[in-house]
Ligand binder design. Structure first.
Ligand code: NAI
Length: 301
């Protein structure tokens, strides 16, 4: 009989099922964009309460997306939210998430914990499963040091908030195959992101460049060269950025900012990343930005 051959490489490699391990801030966002794109998603987290929170926040976000897309059509809004959330399953057992095309890890930022997880996934997953980490500060090669499928492994670095930020950094480990790399790029596009590629280097593209900029802004304010408002207005109106550097630090969290600079300093030895007294003090005082109600600016709920 006649068999039609669909096996061009895109359809062959298309990701249809995804597991996200770690259902926190980033993992819930990654699960949401994949479900919105029509993929079946499983979220795995150690804590049942994290899974509950993830399901709630995804539901809220999907509602927001749907209301924007289908303004005056409550039936369509409801259908969109239901279809997308029906594609998401959750579990506390890793075994429930291993039989998929792609696994994206978004758990705690610790090398030993990530290595343990990837070693386990390498054993449990079928041959074809691609493994990826959303780490922002740990080396991809180190995370995958103990796995056998090094050709089917890489970094997929999303930005917070995942459903809103348009970028995805695809990180090439030393042993990634061209096929895996192309599949990861195509998947990123399928979930609505513009993908850029970077080697496994400290901070990848965005954080490596944002670090010095943010550090210099903090030092400028510390020296009293200009007021915080003028530093922020300067970069918004003079460089067409949506937020100034101090507003951005408040948004990201000053603890995260300090952590990113610290890691970059350890890994590159570039003095631009050296600790900044003002930042150390603000973090010690619990002035972490929006999440604590005060950073460079004050915030009321
Ligand atoms: P989070 O703390 O909001 O979520 C982490 C989740 O992982 C928690 O729900 C926790 O219960 C769960 N978890 C921890 N260990 C686990 C394990 N062994 N197995 C299963 N679940 C486990 O953290 P967040 O902010 O979502 O970060 C996750 C990853 O994403 C980290 O590697 C971080 O560096 C990276 N990342 C974070 C960004 C951010 O802006 N927060 C941006 C880009 C990447």
């Amino acid at each position: 009989g006649i068999t039609r051959n669909f096996s061009n490489s895109t359809s062959l490699n298309a990701i249809k099922t995804v597991t996200v391990v770690g259902g926190g801030l980033m993992g819930s966002g990654i699960a949401q964009v994949a479900a919105q794109a029509g993929q079946n998603v499983t979220i795995i987290d150690l804590k049942p309460e994290s899974l509950e929170k993830a399901e709630k926040s995804i539901q809220n976000n999907l509602n927001r997306v749907a209301r924007k897309a289908y303004k005056d059509d409550p039936a369509k809004i409801e259908a969109f939210v239901k279809e997308a959330s029906d594609r998401i399953k959750v579990s506390t057992k890793i075994e429930d998430g291993v039989n998929v095309d792609l696994i994206v890890e978004a758990i705690v930022e610790r090398l030993d914990v990530k290595q343990e997880l990837f070693n386990k996934l390498d054993q449990l997953c079928p041959e074809h499963t691609i493994l990826a980490s959303n780490t922002s500060s740990i080396s991809i090669n180190e995370i995958g040091a103990g796995i056998k499928r090094k050709d089917r492994f890489g970094g997929l670095h999303f930005f917070n908030p995942v459903p809103v930020m348009r970028l995805l950094e695809v990180i090439k480990g030393d042993h990634i195959s061209e096929e895996t790399y192309q599949t990861m790029m195509a998947w990123g596009k399928s979930v609505g992101k513009t993908c850029i590629t970077c080697k496994d280097t400290p901070g990848f593209v965005v954080n490596r460049l944002l670090g010095p900029y943010s550090a210099e802004a903090l030092r400028m304010y510390e020296r009293g060269d200009a007021s915080k408002e003028d530093i922020d207005i300067g970069m918004k109106l003079g460089a067409s950025l949506p937020m100034g550097p101090l507003e951005l630090a408040d948004y990201t969290g000053l603890d995260t900012n300090k952590f990113v600079l610290q890691v970059l300093y350890e890994k590159t030895n570039n003095p631009v990343f050296k600790p900044i007294d003002l930042l150390e003090k603000m973090v010690a005082d619990g002035k972490l930005g929006i999440k604590t109600g005060e950073g460079f600016y004050k915030y009321t709920k």
